[in-house]
Design a protein. Structure first.
Length: 232
């Protein structure tokens, strides 16, 4: 792998299986849920690693362990602190982003199109989602943690170009062979992501052809690795 730090880029990674990874050493790394494990391939350099995890996935033992073992520089949990989530035993800073702040970030980049994800839920699920949202246990509106991590990177690193890998806007498995990203969640992400502001699209590159075609962003044409178990 190219070990020279490239200050121009921030890399955002999700857990789509067999997704190619760019062969660069980015200045910043942002991962979604268990994709934190993949950052170890890059984290040997000077790249700073921010691991973003949903409050639900943080309670998943498999995901939790991958995040903690990756030893990120910080963990950001999408949820309220009152959700009673246990912090890592390691000395890693943990912060929480409540639903209203998540919503505000999505509105910044999608307008109110992020409400489509909520409106697509069946009636009873809307009510349950609203209750969980008010209890601080879940975020009832827009995007998945993968898509939201892209927004975080765009917002937190306005001077960087953002490379996205392992986020494909489609349902399916994960590189680590457990859990599923539901097809309905992939559809919701697509319906939101296609409304990403042009100014943000101009800063995005992706290694995923489906994402590039659906959202209208540029394919990364630099050197590649493969997202395999050998990578981690």
């Amino acid at each position: 792998m190219n070990e020279a730090i490239n200050n121009e880029y921030c890399l955002v990674m999700g857990s789509k299986p067999n997704a190619p990874l760019p062969d660069i050493t980015p200045h910043q790394i942002v991962t979604a849920n268990a994709a934190a494990a993949l950052a170890k391939r890059y984290h040997g350099g000077a790249a700073r690693h921010t691991a973003i995890v949903s409050s639900l996935q943080y309670k998943n033992d498999n995901v939790y362990q991958k995040v903690v073992d990756a030893k990120p520089d910080e963990i950001i949990i999408r949820g309220h602190k009152k959700a009673k989530i246990m912090d890592p035993v390691q000395n890693i800073p943990v912060s929480y982003i409540p639903g209203n702040q998540q919503f505000q970030l999505e509105v910044t980049y999608f307008g109110l199109y992020n409400l489509r994800a909520f409106m697509l839920r069946p009636g009873l699920k809307k009510i349950k989602a609203l209750i969980r949202h008010l209890q601080g246990k879940d975020y009832m509106f827009g995007s998945s943690t993968g898509l939201w991590s892209i927004l975080y990177a765009l917002d937190r690193h306005p001077d960087k170009k953002i490379i996205v890998a392992g986020i494909g806007l489609q349902g399916g498995g994960h590189f680590y062979g457990k859990d599923e990203f539901r097809t309905e969640d992939g559809i919701k992400d697509y319906l939101i992501a296609k409304h990403l502001k042009s100014s943000a699209k101009n800063r995005l590159f992706t290694t995923d052809e489906y994402f590039a075609e659906r959202v209208g962003v540029t394919i990364w044409e630099g050197p590649m690795l493969s997202m395999t178990k050998e990578v981690i």
